[in-house]
Every structure is written in structure tokens, then in C-alpha cells.
Design a protein around this ligand. Sequence first.
Ligand code: NQM
Length: 355
Amino acid sequence: MSPRRGIPVMVLRGGTSKGAYFLADDLPADPGERDALLLSVMGSPDPRQIDGIGGGHPLTSKVAVIRRSGEASSDVDYLFLQVQVDAAVVSAEQPCGNILAGVGPFAIERGLVAAQDPVTPVRIRMVNTGALAIAHVPTPQGRVNYAGRTALAGVPGTAARQVIDFQETAGSVAAALLPTGNATDEVCGLPVTLIDNGMPVAIVEAARLDVSGHESPAELESQTVLRQRVEALRLEAGRRMGLGDVAATTVPKVCLVATPAAGGSLATRMFIPHRVHTAIGVLAAVTVATAAALPGSVAARICQPVTAAAVPPDVIRLEHPTGWFDTVVSPGGAAVVSTARLLLDGVVFAREEAQ
Ligand code: NQM
């Protein structure tokens, strides 16, 4: 019997998601073999992922594959893989800005990037879309620091503040920021904004789908007719955005927007696409915030000036089911604040077949 071989892995919380982080060199080079291994490691397909390290929800069934970058403009390449929970599917079609928050720390911990004092800028090429992110990782005395006072809505406690700047996000998966050329289109008889500034999103007013947009994810997920209407809208949005038949993919997302309830710019409920996000994806938030600043879009018509205290004037504050998320959008890109935490550094084992 050959000796059992574990695969080196780190598990980090990145923003409001959690993922398994691997060095590309520790995984099979062939994408088919790699994906089969990852399905086994995460425990898919199975709603509970009981035989793997996935958490039984899309937000905890995520993988980051990192390698040193071959380009002068970036330090590391980050390939994001969404491991579907209840299907044997690993998809590279979407990026993930939450898991991104763990990439800089992982790259430093694994020696791909030399740490500086007190902050290390890590230039990350997001392989899924080609966009560039610069993560400013707190590294006092040359060591990654996870502890800090920054709270992220949807994450218990506080952690070290990590500013992430995004560049070249427009038209990340679709062909352009506004793939149809319009700020608003009619999709399935409803006004919808089809936009991609890091994540393809179809934005629709919640009231048009007969909900308030302030429901909990569980309340929205329990409404079968609503879910069918959202999926029909998504399939048509995908076609109109030039993404073809999106039935089996995780993009575009569908964002229900409504007037804010807590002093923010607008309320959001994000279908990702079959579960409802417990918070909001980072690049999805950048995209919705961009729409909020775009005259004529569905989001801009609903967006309100922020009234919450101590919020800088250039911030778009998106309310979500567990709080809020702030984005600053500028013509050249966007900036967000996130946090990450190293949870585990070890080896993981794939399922072995009986001989
Ligand atoms: O939009 C979940 C997440 C995401 C995506 C999803 C994300 C982003 O929160 O940048 O982070 O939309 O499937 O992990």
C-alpha cells in the first residue's frame, strides 16, 4: 500500500466567506484531475459536505489556488474555484472578492511575497477575470497580523484592517461594464440593470418581485415562486449580457434592491444565484455601488444619501441581511475594507477508493 499523502492547505476566513487555500504546485496541473480532487477534499456533492472540509453552503465551499505571478504587474496569480455543494461541479467562471482577502496573507505565509513593515502591498492578478487587486496586508515587524479592531458586518468580533484596491474590473466576465450599452433594460417585463464591474449582476427593484427587499435570506429562499421568477430573470439576463446559457453557472448574480432601512445608500439582497447571500459579495458590492452612481440605473433611482453618522461622503453603503458594506468607487477603480483570519495550516486528504 502506498503511503497516504496529504495535500498542504490553509483554511482562512476571507471577508464574510471561508475557503481552502492551496499553492498551485501542490495540486494536479490537469484541471480535470484538480477538480476531482477538490470535490473529494471539500466533500461534494452532498448538501452537508460531511465527508470533506466544505461547510455545506456556497459561502463556505470555496477554493483559492495561488502561484507566483509570471507578470511584472502582479506578485501572485489567484484562481478562484467555486466548488458546488450539491453537484459535482467546480466552476472558474466567477471571481470572489471575499476569499480574495485571504490571498495576500496566504502568499506571505507561504513565502511567495516578502513581508514589509508595517504593511505589505500584495498585487494580485485575479485569474478568473484578469482584474488586478492590491491588498494592503498588515505585517508589523514582517509578520502577518490577523488581530485588530475592524468589525465586518456578518463576522463575529474584530480583526486586522485590510484595504483592498481594485483596478481593471469593468467588464470582468461580460464584455463591458454595461454589456447591453444601456443603464436599464427591460428583462422579463421588468426594469433591470445589467452591469459588470467585477461581478456580472442583474439589479432589480425588490418591489417588482412582490417582496420588500428587507427579508432574511431564509424568508426569501422559502418562497418557491419568487425563486423561480428570479431564476427566469437570471437566465434571460445572462443571455442579454452575452454569457450564453447560464443555467449551470453561478453568474450573473441577481440583486434585489430597496430603499435603505438603516441610514445607508440602499438595501440589497443578493441571489448567488440559488442561495441568498448572508451579507454581500465584495465584487458584487463594487458592481452594485457602481450602478448606484450611474444615472438611469435601477440602483441609482433608489439610492439615498447616506444618513448614518461618520460615513465619508464618497462612500456608498450597501445594507445587507447582516449589516452593511462600504465601497468607494472612483473612475479608475474601487476600494473596500476587509479582514481575514488564518484558521488552519495543515494537510488535507482526498477520499481513497477501495482496492
Ligand atoms: O462578489 C459569493 C462571496 C461571494 C462572492 C458569491 C464575492 C464577490 O461573498 O466578490 O465575494 O457571490 O457567490 O464569497
